[in-house]
Design a protein around this ligand. Structure first.
Ligand SMILES: [Zn+2]
Length: 379
């Protein structure tokens, strides 16, 4: 079986659509949310937990895995899936975004990047070919292009340079993958990443130059990196017009529930974000009635369930009062239950989005959902 993507139901009132993405490690329905397993674990959750949340694909961070445990260890285990005991698909990023944002003493030129690990000062070089080689060895199902992602407030000149480099590097990535026997054996797929910031002309150019490299899907990068929200959605509407409709579209690093709903309406199919897991660890929990901060005094004696309509073990078992108690004492169980709940909430949100699109009622539903979130998310 080859990796493929098929649109199942386009919405008549927006650009939203449902689809099926097939990989050799199974299918997933879109729109989909991919929890982040930075070091090969979605913090505090086991693969079994993840399955109960409805998660069908996770994201692994190439940069982090390269630093720890290192490629040798994962190679020795027989690839990332075996190492972490996750049988479903994995998308790996290229390492580029973390190198640009986390690593020290970096030197970027047209060939790639040289950086030092923040852990031990060890020097690494990352090139398009090396990023592809690492992702192949990890055994990734969806391999991301090595791109340059400038900050949201970068001047046009810097964004233009990043577009040029991203095209050059995408071409090198595809050439390298084509030459590898392992790439054909694993039947993984490659996603190029459109850059161009909030500049329409650069976005157009980036799409035009990358189109020949699109196989089953394409990513929209360079958004949610500090630009203004209206500019992000304008850019997404433009992306919706420019990108091929029969390919999966992955909006990188977005986001909050209402942002995901708005992006789905603009034809985006795949999402990842640290928000559900990171916020869980700070006690910020998502419910269908808005966000709550479980550490708040008002939950001290609140014996109600966190979210009545949530099927997760936490909501089926514990009260808000007990969850607050766990957080106040930094009990590991609190972090674990909060993460389990938030990931389940995100997956329930995606499942609701898919069913509303299927029923033809996505537009009305999304309007209500967004206005509800705006009113009650100020806890
Ligand atoms: Zn729950």
């Amino acid at each position: 079986m080859k990796t493929s993507f098929k649109v199942i139901k386009p919405d008549t009132n927006s650009s939203a659509r449902t689809g099926i993405f097939s990989t050799t490690r199974g299918e997933f329905e879109t729109p989909v949310f991919m929890p982040i397993g930075t070091y090969g674990a979605v913090k505090s959750l086991s693969p079994k937990d993840l399955v109960t949340t409805g998660t069908s694909i996770i994201l692994g961070n190439t940069y982090h895995l390269l630093i720890r445990p290192g490629l040798d260890v994962i190679r020795n285990a027989g690839g990332l899936h075996k190492f972490i005991s996750w049988k479903r698909p994995i998308l790996t990023d290229s390492g580029g975004f973390q190198i640009f944002s986390l690593a020290q003493l970096r030197n970027i030129n047209d060939d790639g990047v040289i950086f030092k690990s923040v852990l031990d000062g060890k020097e690494y070089s990352m090139t398009p070919e090396r990023s592809m080689g690492i992702q192949l060895e990890l055994g990734s199902d969806i391999i991301m292009a090595f791109d340059e992602c400038p900050a949201g407030d970068a001047p046009e000149k810097a964004v233009r340079k990043a577009v040029e480099r991203t095209t050059k590097w995408a071409s090198q990535c595809v050439k390298y993958l084509g030459e590898q026997e392992i790439s054909n054996r694993l039947r993984s797929t490659f996603f190029p990443i459109v850059q161009g910031g909030i500049y329409p002309e650069l976005r157009q150019r980036s799409v035009k130059e990358l189109t020949e490299f699109i196989q089953t899907g394409v990513a929209v990068g360079g958004l949610a990196v500090g630009e203004e929200k209206p500019a992000m959605f304008e850019t997404l509407s433009l992306m919706d017009e420019l990108l091929p409709r029969d390919k999966a579209r992955y909006l990188m690093g977005v986001g909050k529930p209402d942002d995901i709903v708005k992006a789905v309406a603009r034809g985006m199919d795949m999402f990842d974000c640290v928000i559900p897991t990171r916020n869980a660890r700070n006690g910020q929990l998502f419910t269908w009635k808005g966000k709550i901060n479980i550490q708040n005094e008002r939950y001290k004696t609140d014996n109600s369930t966190l979210d009545e309509s949530c099927p997760c073990y936490c909501c089926q078992t514990f009260s808000r009062s007990y969850l607050r108690h766990l957080f106040k004492l930094n009990e590991i169980l609190g972090l674990r239950m909060a993460t389990l709940h938030n990931v389940t909430f995100y997956q329930s949100l995606m499942s609701t989005i898919r069913s509303e699109i299927s029923k033809g009622s996505f537009k009305e539903w999304s309007r209500d959902f967004i206005s509800n979130q705006e009113i009650i998310s100020n806890d």
